[in-house]
Design a protein around this ligand. Structure first.
Ligand code: PGA
Length: 251
């Protein structure tokens, strides 16, 4: 059985005191929760402070991005080893905002995935189609291209540790959530793709989160779908009670 995994992507939100208070709120609310993996991904400048607030709790720390090189002249970038040093377990890679606003390509994301795994970080690899692509019937060809490009060269054992987040771009931050059926259709197709590229045993263990306007009110219906193994939550992860309301949907 795949264990549900709910992660909060705080994006470029919160300031120091707010980030610490939010982390403390999540820790407190999560204390009684069992059977679900939990993580929060604050802005990188607060990873250290948030990591301290999470210490000793079941809520793990994730970063929102990293660079693939080990060290050197890469102004403004952070390496996988630096994130490990800060106590990160996870790193979100290939988020649609990085793909579409910052111009990240599958080739670049692929290098980051390999560097993250080599350093012992678990990538949360995001894939998802634009509205125009969905309307043109290209959803699965986009997902296949992103999967093949971003995860190229991974062994079966490596892929088993990766978390994939299906985030339809038209549902991110828009309040327009995919229906449980729309999401499940893509999750199932992704799982079949993993079975095709690797094998059924690998497909069976890879966790696939859904992301895009997940809220306490829609979480349970999404999370009860057979191939939806958790959620990557943006806006609703900025309030501890809402984040935990979503976690409740996984129980
Ligand atoms: P949202 O963001 O929950 O605010 O739609 C999800 C994400 O981008 O990970």
């Amino acid at each position: 059985m795949r264990r549900p995994f709910i992660a909060g992507n705080w994006k470029m939100n919160t300031h120091r005191a707010e980030a610490i208070a939010l982390a403390e709120g999540v820790v407190k609310a999560a204390a009684g929760v069992d059977g679900v993996d939990l993580a929060v991904c604050p802005p990188s400048c607060y990873l250290d402070a948030v990591g301290k607030a999470l210490a000793g709790s079941k809520v793990l720390l994730g970063a929102q991005n990293m660079y693939f090189e080990k060290d050197g002249a890469f102004t403004g970038e952070l390496s996988a080893a630096m994130l490990r040093d800060l106590g990160c377990t996870y790193v979100i890679l290939g988020h649609s905002e990085r793909r579409h606003i910052l111009g990240e390509t599958d080739a670049l994301i692929n290098k980051k995935v390999h560097a993250a795994l080599a350093a012992g970080l678990i990538p949360i690899l995001c894939v998802g189609e634009l509205l125009a692509e969905r309307e043109a019937g290209q959803t699965m060809s986009v997902i296949r291209r992103q999967f093949d490009g971003s995860l190229a060269g991974l062994s079966a054992d490596q892929l088993k540790t990766v978390v994939i987040a299906y985030e339809p771009v038209w549902a991110i931050g828009t309040g327009k959530v995919a229906t449980p059926q729309q999401a499940e259709e893509v999750h199932l197709a992704l799982r079949k793709l993993i079975a095709e590229r690797y094998n059924a045993a690998v497909a069976d263990v890879v966790r696939i989160q859904y992301g895009g306007s997940v809220k306490p009110s829609n979480a349970a219906d999404l999370l009860k779908q057979a191939d939806i193994d958790g959620a990557l939550v943006g806006g609703a992860s900025l309030k501890a009670d809402q984040f935990l309301g979503i976690v409740a949907g996984a129980l």
